[in-house]
Design a protein around this ligand. Sequence first.
Ligand SMILES: Cc1cc2nc3c(=O)[nH]c(=O)nc-3n(C[C@H](O)[C@H](O)[C@H](O)COP(=O)(O)O)c2cc1C
Length: 214
Amino acid sequence: MFYDALKGDHGLPHDPINALVSPRPIGWISSLSKSGVRNLAPYSYFNLVAGMPPIVMFGSAFVKDSQRNIEETGEFVCNLATWELREAVNASSAPAPPEVDEFALVGLDGAPSTLVRPPRIKQAVAALECTYLQTIPLPSATAEPHFFSMVLGLVVGVYIDEAVITDGLVDVTRIKPLSRLGYMDFAVVQEVFAMERPSYPRTAVQVAPQPAAT
Ligand SMILES: Cc1cc2nc3c(=O)[nH]c(=O)nc-3n(C[C@H](O)[C@H](O)[C@H](O)COP(=O)(O)O)c2cc1C
């Protein structure tokens, strides 16, 4: 099948695009309102877009509490969404009004961050402390403005629970990160495999054995 993505004429019961660009990492974003109310929400239009200095982005459909808090206070934290905390991740997506403390709503504790004011989630095994860089309203291909904005943050501090570090490496099989697929589906990373990066031109060792010619 083929469909025109701008018309969305796929003829399927649900838009397939999120299932095709998956798994997506989940930024579980904590922020504070101007008056200090703790806010928490998962964002799967989320990624690390640069390494050094590290920069994260998330895409917000309309201006939600997270985006507004971050623009008003200049700080946020991306907590790691993991298998152990999956119910709380989902629960924190409820459209609670801004005056509701969403840590309390989903039964999580806050722990003080080191460099920013919004707390990290105490139960989360890692957290990226961020300062707000910029909001980019996404350009539209039509006369209608796009309703998504991309929020960029500079990662200024990183918390890691030492229990998930093995031989000096962050052990993803202990973290069990949650990721977002399409529809109502999620996945969990429990297995990893490594591959060496090739050089160019490839050396004989790097070229996989070919089946014998018949
Ligand atoms: C796993 C998951 C991922 C989500 N990703 C996004 C996203 O990338 N962008 C978005 O606007 N909403 C996303 N949502 C919905 C928001 O979490 C939801 O609208 C939430 O109420 C926003 O909270 P806030 O107003 O406190 O920021 C997601 C929901 C779930 C469960």
